[in-house]
Design a protein around this ligand. Structure first.
Ligand SMILES: [Zn+2]
Length: 251
């Protein structure tokens, strides 16, 4: 059974509820939504902060890493006192202060395929905020298996990337995208990252996720969106589904 907004929540989220595209119904959908956030680095911190502040009711954070001092310029849920703590624990503490309405669940392990499948089945939408190609492929595979919407974000140097799939007959998946475009293999550790780019892409992921959960507007399904922070250019490309894709080719 779904929860309804109480009077205090109606007041708290008033500025969103007055938007006719969202209204009480959209805000209640957010309250009842279950979001899986894979990776609590720069993208994951901004994603989680925006989702929790905006009134998403359930969020699960997955990350086995601890906070290091080099994370602090981008990973806005952490401070100097967080260094050495598990990222999921430090983030959950901040998020519970930000909005006690949100149930925050921590998963401080790198899930194997079976564990990831279980997590994906327990949630309405998955936000990929990881920075490893292998993890991205694993998440895409699991989301495809259970036709769970995937909102993928990536950021490196001054560049950002977004991709959304809902998996279906005419819908490309993240692996289809990889067949067409070269995914940045190098990590932010070697290549560097400008902190506001991470914020920009993370907030876009949160926006798209809430748009899908709240059922308003037109989310950019099956499109690759690229952001160049040096020239302030956004570009959007329709991605074709690959008929031979080993992940989604048969659906
Ligand atoms: Zn595919």
């Amino acid at each position: 059974m779904s929860d309804s907004l109480n009077n205090i929540q109606v007041m708290r989220y008033n500025r969103q509820i007055v938007l006719p595209q969202i209204d009480l119904d959209g805000q209640e959908r957010l309250l009842n939504a279950r979001v899986l956030v894979m990776g609590v680095g720069g993208l994951g911190c901004h994603v989680a902060q925006s989702l929790v502040a905006s009134g998403v009711g359930h969020i699960t954070l997955v990350d086995d890493d601890t906070v290091s001092v080099t994370n602090l310029p981008r990973q806005v849920l952490f401070n100097d006192a967080s260094v050495g703590q598990l990222k999921v624990d430090a983030a959950a503490t901040q998020l519970r202060h930000l909005n006690p309405d949100c149930q925050v669940t921590c998963y401080a392990r790198r899930p194997d395929t079976h564990q990831l499948d279980t997590l994906v089945q327990q949630h309405d939408i998955v936000l990929d905020c990881t920075d490893h190609k292998s993890a991205r492929e694993q998440i895409n595979q699991s989301c495809c298996t259970y036709t769970t919407t995937l909102v993928s974000g990536a950021a490196i140097r001054f560049e950002g990337q977004l991709f959304v799939s809902q998996f279906g007959p005419n819908m490309p998946c993240y692996h289809c995208l990889g067949l067409l475009f070269t995914d940045p293999q190098s990590s932010c550790t070697e290549s560097g990252i400008f902190s506001p780019v991470v914020a920009t892409i993370g907030l876009q992921q949160a926006l798209i996720a809430m748009q899908i959960l709240g059922q308003f507007g037109q989310p950019p399904l099956g499109k690759l969106i690229l952001f160049d922070a040096l020239s302030h250019q956004w570009q959007s490309f329709a991605v074709a589904k690959s008929a031979h894709c080993p992940v989604c080719g048969s659906i």
